[in-house]
Design a protein around this ligand. Structure first.
Ligand code: SF4
Length: 387
């Protein structure tokens, strides 16, 4: 399977998004502590690594760890807000280090909305420049967008912008907001969308991309809100292919392994034809309403076939529907007996809690708290008892 692991390089950031699910912590990495985690992915036969954060470009050893991961045979990717990547020299240094793909995160192409969501003015021109700089340096560029209450009605506007001005971008990822962690948890009223709020604009965005021959994935959206493009659901693809994901959190959660992609279901889901391949409602934070879910009656196996026969995704070995069905039934039976534990017991330590990291955390939290007041957002709870 083409498993891809996440390594949080830092947890601080130069933006202050009101729905950040991974805000600043008093932990930090040095090159050696990241190297151990790269080796762990290699030992587990992972296909690739995503360097993320916080804002990963704020770590001085980012090019070095990218180079090390590439040297160990991993496909190297990064998620960034683009603020540093806009510098062509930095983009070139990351390409030289082995970075192959970058996900630039942009929520809205309306400048005033993007500024409010990021808690920082004038970020859009840098994100656009970052896309061009990465592309010029030979790094593949994808766009990531968190669906939230403020961009829910114009997701397709972003697609039109990117297609017109940055036509080399061929892949897009939408993540519906995770209301369970960090600042997203305490600012649910402001940022968590209703599913119905984005259904139409998401559909318009996906239709535009599909027509243009571009590809996309959608995360944390129940299939009844994207039935025409169910094969593009990240959870559905992982359920169909039996993939896992490990995240090395630079906080007290440490290493988390996800093999169970099912979340919350409504009573009506029991009769839905997509129940066995649907991740349901991502509702760990009670931010969404299960009453929005409506069973659908479409051909599940047609969706499975689209996923396992996808020529752009060679990660699934069994390319025949009958073989997939037999394999899938076995996996479902096994999963019902042994629901996986999210914590990875044999994982190495993720980063360190040092005096320097504690000092930076305290200073950062003080400055972010002041900024949060002026933005009208709440700061995340600090749930680590040592802080
Ligand atoms: S009704 Fe339930 S199982 Fe069916 S697509 Fe919606 S969330 Fe998924």
């Amino acid at each position: 399977m083409a498993n891809i692991g996440y390594l949080q390089v830092v947890r601080h950031c130069n933006h202050l998004c009101g729905f950040c699910s991974n805000p600043t912590t008093p932990y930090e990495h040095d090159f050696e502590s990241m190297k151990v985690l790269v080796d762990d992915f290699v030992a587990r036969d992972y296909f690739g690594i995503i360097l993320t954060g916080g804002e990963p470009t704020l770590h001085a050893d980012l090019p070095r760890i990218a180079e090390y991961a590439r040297g160990r045979g991993l496909h190297v990717r990064m998620i960034t807000n683009g603020s540093r990547l806009a510098d062509p020299k930095f983009a070139r240094s990351m390409a030289d280090a082995g970075l192959q793909l970058v996900h630039i995160s942009v929520y809205s192409v309306r400048p005033e909305i993007e500024a409010e969501l990021r808690g920082t003015p004038d970020t859009l021109p840098k994100a656009f420049a970052a896309a061009d700089a990465a592309n010029d340096a030979g790094i593949e560029v994808n766009i990531n967008c968190v669906i939230n209450a403020m961009n829910a009605d114009h997701l397709d506007e972003g697609v039109r912008h990117w297609m017109r001005h940055h036509p080399y971008i061929r892949h897009f990822v939408w993540n519906n907001l995770d209301p369970s962690m960090g600042r997203a948890e305490v600012n649910q009223d402001k940022f968590t969308p209703k599913l119905a709020d984005f259904e139409v604009s998401l559909h318009r965005a996906l239709r535009l991309l599909h027509k243009s021959g571009r590809t996309f994935r959608v995360e944390k959206v129940p299939l009844c809100f994207m039935t025409d493009f169910a094969w593009a659901s990240t959870e559905t693809r992982k359920i169909i292919k039996g993939e896992e994901r490990i995240v090395f959190f630079l906080d007290q959660k440490q290493a988390v392994r996800q093999t169970d992609w099912e979340h919350v279901y409504a009573e009506g889901c029991a009769v839905c034809s997509l129940r066995t391949i649907c991740g349901g409602l991502f509702d760990r934070g009670n931010g969404y309403d299960p009453a929005e879910l409506e069973p659908v009656f479409v051909d599940r196996d047609q969706i499975a076939r689209t996923v396992i026969e996808d020529p752009s995704d060679p990660s699934y070995g069994l390319r025949d529907l009958h073989a997939w069905r037999a394999d899938f039934e076995k996996r479902i039976a096994r999963a019902q007996k042994t629901r996986s534990l999210p914590v990875l017991p044999d994982a190495p330590q993720v980063g360190k809690r040092t005096e320097r990291a504690e000092r930076r955390f305290e200073a950062k939290r003080a400055s972010e708290s002041r900024k949060a007041v002026s933005q009208g957002i709440e700061m995340e709870k600090v749930d680590d008892p040592k802080v």
